[in-house]
Design a protein around this ligand. Structure first.
Ligand code: GDP
Ligand code: MG
Length: 554
């Protein structure tokens, strides 16, 4: 165990995580140069194309260190997006150290900080590294200052690399060996392994990616997942190199995979604990941190052609096999026909599902405007969570409606602070405070133009759903970055806004709006409809109504 190092790389999207991982694979000889393609650990086409990491792919590398010893280095490449915060937190729980990677041409960004906090919560050893020092636009001095300000470290502790040219890459591996502690855990105790991800393989069924905390996994044992109480076989175990390579066993401290023989990814959830089944003597306690993630965002997905519903259902079931966070149930809407109401972790997740339906299943689909999950307390004391505006009960039966709020951190150059504040206020955000990324920035008034600030807000998730990110990029000339995380549910004064065309309510256009904005929103929708509906020889009434009362008409 003393020659094992488990670590991950955390970074803002595009700061070069996957590229640096590629260099690690190369210098350790894990992948032959001729087999190398860019962003090797990004397993989906979509990820490689968009340059984002969605699914983590762990890898084990052998490295002969300058100190003369051989080490097994286990790297987990984590997704950098807020939608997958829980997954990220579980992979962080599987390792002892994190490389904090910052693009020297961009500096510290919102997700850098968001991920850093997640890593600090897990008590990880943080190794600060700045990347892309080969770029002419790189500003290593400022980036180093920002990192030191953030971590409270000394400037010489920040390593400088280029994932592109390979400069400085082996020094990072040596630093990992020097600073990241070897795993602890007891190989003699009963088996406990953390499932930090699971995958569905067409041939092998559900494959669990695990970090063995205590004990050993050996082939042929019958296994049990503690949270879902499902039992499984243990058909094959091994390491990722980065392809699956079977091994005879995994011992405390190691990271690898278990082919479970399970057919449903639902029974092998991220964060669950894998133990030996039927261990009657001394029952093991589950590892901490398990959580069931609930969808926060809902959207309808409908086939463009009505007769494609069956094919869409097949496709959704197939997607669900590899995506345990996706939920869906059938829904019928007048205008759109039969489709599904889908529950998702956030907007990126929705986009991924959409793209995968298009690419992997060749589906032509219509997606409705996403909405958040509202919690309703009815006057009879009943509570429910609604997934669509149509489910909102009659106002006379509603005592209280709560909506999800998030803590949002926005990083932007100081000259854009005013514009960002205006935008967030318009979206009902509550300002908390401002921090500066550098010491010089904190000295108000004498900051340089390159100084940047972190604005901390709390705001309703619904405000972020529609066009917030685009607007934020707009008012800051593209310089702002955003990170947010769910905090709690708070009281919302909202109403259902119905749209009627020729006295017929159009279900697909119903929305939930804040009471004090509802009229304005209604008028706007009516006006847009007036201009976009095909002209007729007779008058057609277009109306917006709240609880039966007409508030706008065209
Ligand atoms: P990730 O989202 O953090 O995984 O980032 P990627 O590894 O996908 O890199 C994002 C983009 O930055 C890609 O176009 C890479 O080719 C580029 N990139 C990564 N590292 C470097 C570097 O050191 N120098 C330069 N010039 N480009 C880099
Ligand atoms: Mg990546």
């Amino acid at each position: 165990m003393k020659n094992i190092r488990n670590f991950c790389i955390i970074a803002h999207i595009d700061h070069g995580k996957s590229t640096l991982a590629d260099r690690f694979l190369e210098v350790t000889g894990t992948v032959e140069r001729r087999d190398m393609k860019a962003q090797l650990l990004d397993s989906m086409d979509l990820e490689r194309e968009r340059g984002i990491t969605i699914k983590l792919q762990p890898v084990r590398m052998d490295w002969k260190s300058g100190d003369g010893s051989e080490y097994a280095l286990n790297l987990i490449d984590t997704p950098g997006h807020v939608d997958f915060n829980y997954e990220v937190s579980r992979s962080l729980a599987a390792v002892e150290g994190a490389i904090l990677l910052v693009d020297a041409s961009q500096g510290v960004q919102a997700q850098t900080i968001g991920n850093l906090y997640l890593a600090l919560e897990q008590d990880l050893e943080i190794i600060p590294v700045m990347n892309k020092i080969d770029l002419p636009a790189a500003d290593p001095d400022r980036t180093r200052e920002e990192i030191c300000h953030l971590l409270g470290c000394r400037p010489e502790e920040v390593l400088a690399v280029s994932g592109k040219t390979g400069e400085g890459v082996t020094a990072v591996l040596e630093e990992v060996i020097r600073r990241v502690p070897p795993p602890s855990g007891d190989p003699e105790r009963p088996l406990r392994a953390l499932v930090f991800d699971s995958q569905y393989d067409d041939y092998k069924g559900v494959v669990a990616m695990v970090r063995v905390v205590d004990g050993k996994i050996v082939r042929g044992q019958r296994l049990r997942l503690l949270a879902t109480a499902s039992e499984s076989d243990n058909l094959e175990i091994g390491f990722y190199r980065p392809r699956m390579a079977a091994a005879s066993g995994l011992t405390a401290g190691e990271i690898g995979y278990v082919v479970t023989g399970l057919k449903q990814i639902d029974s092998c959830r991220v964060g669950d604990t894998l133990a030996v089944a039927g261990n009657s003597g001394d029952p093991v306690s589950p590892l901490p941190g398990y959580k069931e993630v609930v969808p926060m965002v809902f959207a309808g997905i409908f086939p463009r052609e009505g007769d494609e519903f069956d094919r869409l259902r097949q496709a959704m079931l197939k997607l669900k096999l590899s995506d345990s966070s996706l939920t869906f149930e059938p829904e019928r809407q007048q205008a759109l026909g039969f489709g599904f109401r889908c529950g998702l972790l956030g907007l990126l997740h929705l986009e991924i599902v959409q793209e995968r339906l298009r690419r992997e299943h060749d589906m032509d689909i219509v997606v409705t405007v996403p909405s958040v999950a509202y919690n309703i307390l009815k006057t009879n004391g009943e509570t429910l969570t609604i997934k669509s505006p149509l489910e909102l009960p009659d106002p006379t039966h509603v005592r209280q409606i709560d909506e999800p709020w998030v803590r949002a951190d926005i990083i932007c150059p100081r000259r854009h602070i005013g514009a960002v504040m205006g935008l967030v206020q318009e979206k009902r955000g509550l300002y908390r405070d401002t921090e500066y990324l550098t010491v010089s920035g904190a000295a108000a008034g004498q900051g340089k133009d390159s100084d940047r600030a972190i604005l901390h807000y709390e705001m309703p998730l619904s405000a972020i759903l529609v066009d917030f990110y685009d607007k934020l990029k707009g008012v800051t000339s593209g310089y702002a970055s955003l990170n947010y995380e769910f905090v709690d549910y708070r009281r919302a004064d909202v109403v259902r806004l119905d749209i009627m065309v020729a006295d017929d309510p159009v279900e697909a256009l119903a929305t939930i709006a804040y009471r004090d904005e509802a009229e304005r929103v209604g008028r706007r929708i009516c006006r847009v409809l007036r201009d976009s509906l095909p002209r007729q020889q007779f008058q057609i009434k277009i109306q917006a109504a709240i609880g039966g009362k007409i508030v706008a008409s065209e």
